[in-house]
Design a protein around this ligand. Structure first.
Ligand code: FAD
Length: 468
C-alpha cells in the first residue's frame, strides 16, 4: 500500500524547487496503556487516604477530646488533613505522569481533577472555621478574638490564611458560570495560585497539626508525600517538556493555507523518529514569538510524523489560533506531549466509524493513517461549507487505500440535519463499530448521544472535544 503523506516544505525539499513528498511511517509508536498502572495508582491513593484518616483518629486521646474545644479541634484537624491530602491528589492528577496519562488522557485526568475539587476546597474551608471555634473554646476567647490570636502568635498561620484566601479565589473562578465569563488565560493564571496556596499552607500543617507534632514518622511520611507531589509536577509539567523541546529542536518550516481561516504549520526537528506518537494525539504547542511564548495551546498532529517533519493544522477562532497563521519560518517551537487516549489503543472491535465536526478532522486524519489496510473505515465529515473539509484529497485517498467510505454532510446547522437517522443511513452497521468522534464539544456530545441511541456500546465511543 502506498502511503499518503503531506508535502515537505519547498525550501527544505531535497532537489531545489521541487516539492518532496515525505514517506513513512518512521516514528516511534506510543506504548499501549497498562491498566494495572491505573489500579496501582487508585490503590495507592486510597491507601494514603485511609492512612491519613487512621493517623488523625489514632493520635487522639479521650482526655484531649473531653477538654474544652477538644471535639472541634479534633474535627477541625481531621477535615484539614483530609482536605490537604485531597488537594495534593488534585495536583498529582494534573501533573501528567505519562503512564497515568496514557490510561485516562488529559481530558479524563481533568475530569477527575474537577470532580475532586469541591471536596478539598470545602474541607479546608470547614477546617479553618471549626479549628478557630475549637481553639476559641479552649482559650475561652471568641471566634474573632481567636483569629487575631492566630495571626499574632501562631507561627505560619498568616501564610496559611493567605493560602486559604488564594484557594477560595481559585475555587470561585472555577465555578462554571464565572469561568465562562473570564478569558481563559486570566482563569489559568488565577488557577496557578493554587500551587502557591498549597506551598503557603505547608508549614502550618507540619508545625501545628496534631498528627505531626511529636510524631516524627508521620511527619516524615507527610513531607515525603509533598516532595513526591512537587517532584511529579516539576518532572512531568516542566522537566519532560523542556527536555523534549531541547532534544527535538522543533522550528516552524512553513505555514501553509488549507482552507478559509485554516492553516497547517509544518515543523521540522531533529530525531523525530524517536518521539513516541500515536495517530489521534495532540500536543501543547508554545511558539517562541512575541505575544505567544507565554501560552501553550493544544492542537492535534494532523498527520503521522514524517521525520524530520511534523504537521499541525489550526483553525482561527481567537487570538492564539489566528496568530498561528503569522508564524515566520525559523520560529522556535517548544512543546508538551504528545498527549491523549484518542488512539487505536482504545479500539475494541475490528471496524471503526470516524466522525469529524469541522476542524475535528485533524485528529481523525492522523488516526486514519494508522488504520491497517482493508480495515474498511467509515468516515463521516460534518461541515457547514464544502471548503471547510480540509484534507479532502488526503482523507479520500487514505480511505480508498483501506477500502472504506467517506461521507460528507454539508450545510448550515439547522438547515441540514445530522441526527441518528442520518448516521444510521450513512453507516448502517455503526452499532458493531468503534465510533471515534472529534470536534467542538457540542458536536462531540451530540454524536456520542446519537451513537448510543443507535446501540453503540458506551465503551466503544471514543471522543476528543476541542476544549479542555
Ligand atoms: C485536545 C485538543 C485538540 C485540539 N486540536 C485542535 C486542532 O487540531 N486544530 C484546531 O484548530 N484546534 C484544535 N483545538 C482547539 C484549540 O486548542 C483552540 O481553538 C485554541 O486553543 C483557541 O485558542 P484562541 O486563543 O485562539 O481562542 P480563545 O478565544 O482563547 O478560545 C476559544 C476556545 O478554545 C478553547 N481553548 C482556548 N485555549 C485553550 C487551551 N489552552 N486549552 C484548551 N482549550 C482552549 C476554549 O474552549 C475557548 O473557549 C484542540 C483542542 C483540544 C482540547
Amino acid at each position: 500500500m502506498t502511503s499518503v503523506t503531506f508535502e515537505a516544505p519547498r525550501d527544505l525539499a531535497r532537489g531545489k524547487g521541487k516539492r518532496r513528498t515525505t514517506r513513512g511511517p518512521r516514528y516511534r509508536p506510543t506504548p499501549p496503556p497498562r491498566p494495572w498502572v491505573g489500579k496501582v495508582a487508585v490503590a495507592a491513593a486510597a491507601a494514603g487516604l485511609v492512612t491519613v484518616v487512621a493517623q488523625g483518629i489514632a493520635i487522639e486521646t479521650g482526655t484531649e477530646l473531653s477538654a474544652p474545644g477538644g471535639v472541634a479541634i479534633f474535627i477541625g484537624s481531621l477535615t484539614g488533613l483530609v482536605g490537604m491530602y485531597l488537594a495534593l491528589l488534585m495536583v498529582v492528577l494534573v501533573s501528567r505522569i505519562p503512564p497515568v496519562e496514557r490510561i485516562l488522557g488529559q481530558d479524563g485526568l481533568l475530569r477527575w481533577h474537577r470532580r475532586l475539587a469541591p471536596w478539598p476546597l470545602s474541607l479546608i474551608g470547614l477546617h479553618a472555621i471549626i479549628i478557630t471555634v475549637g481553639y476559641g473554646q479552649a482559650a475561652k476567647t471568641g471566634f474573632l478574638a481567636q483569629i487575631g490570636q492566630f495571626m499574632s502568635s501562631y507561627p505560619d498561620m498568616l501564610a496559611a490564611t493567605v493560602g486559604l484566601a488564594l484557594m477560595a479565589l481559585a475555587g470561585i473562578v472555577s465555578i462554571r458560570a464565572i469561568r465562562s465569563r473570564l478569558r481563559r488565560e486570566t482563569w489559568w493564571v488565577i488557577h496557578l495560585y493554587l500551587y502557591l496556596a498549597l506551598a503557603l499552607s505547608f508549614a502550618h500543617v507540619i508545625a501545628l497539626g496534631p498528627s505531626f507534632v511529636g510524631h516524627p514518622l508521620a511527619r516524615a511520611l507527610w513531607v515525603l508525600v509533598w516532595v513526591a507531589t512537587a517532584g511529579s509536577v516539576l518532572a512531568f509539567r516542566f522537566g519532560l517538556p523542556l527536555a523534549r523541546s531541547l532534544r527535538y529542536q522543533l522550528r516552524v518550516a512553513e505555514v501553509r493555507p488549507e482552507a478559509p481561516g485554516v492553516v497547517s504549520v509544518i515543523c521540522t526537528g531533529r530525531n523525530l523518529e524517536r518521539l513516541p506518537f500515536a495517530g489521534g494525539q495532540f500536543v501543547e504547542w508554545r511558539f517562541a514569538k512575541r505575544g505567544l511564548w507565554w501560552q501553550a495551546h493544544p492542537y492535534s498532529v494532523s498527520a503521522l510524523p514524517r521525520p524530520p517533519y511534523l504537521r499541525l493544522t489550526v483553525k482561527a477562532v481567537g487570538d492564539h489560533s489566528a496568530a498561528v497563521a503569522g508564524l515566520a519560518p525559523g520560529t522556535r517551537v517548544f512543546f508538551e506531549g504528545p498527549y491523549g487516549v484518542f488512539t487505536r489503543h482504545a479500539q475494541r472491535s475490528s471496524a471503526v466509524a470516524l466522525v469529524a465536526g469541522g476542524i475535528g478532522l485533524t485528529a481523525l486524519r492522523s488516526l486514519l493513517e494508522e488504520l491497517p489496510a482493508r480495515s474498511q473505515p467509515a468516515v463521516v465529515v460534518r461541515v457547514n461549507r464544502p471548503e471547510e473539509f480540509v484534507f479532502r484529497s488526503e482523507v479520500t485517498e487514505l480511505v480508498r487505500q483501506r477500502k472504506g467510505t467517506v461521507h460528507e454532510v454539508v450545510g448550515e446547522l439547522g438547515e441540514v440535519p445530522f441526527n441518528a437517522r442520518v448516521l444510521r443511513k450513512l453507516v448502517p452497521d455503526v452499532a458493531s463499530r468503534d465510533v471515534y468522534v472529534c470536534g467542538p464539544p457540542g458536536f462531540v456530545d451530540h454524536v456520542t448521544a446519537m451513537a448510543e441511541t443507535l446501540g453503540v456500546d458506551r465503551r466503544s465511543v471514543h471522543h476528543e472535544a476541542f476544549a479542555l
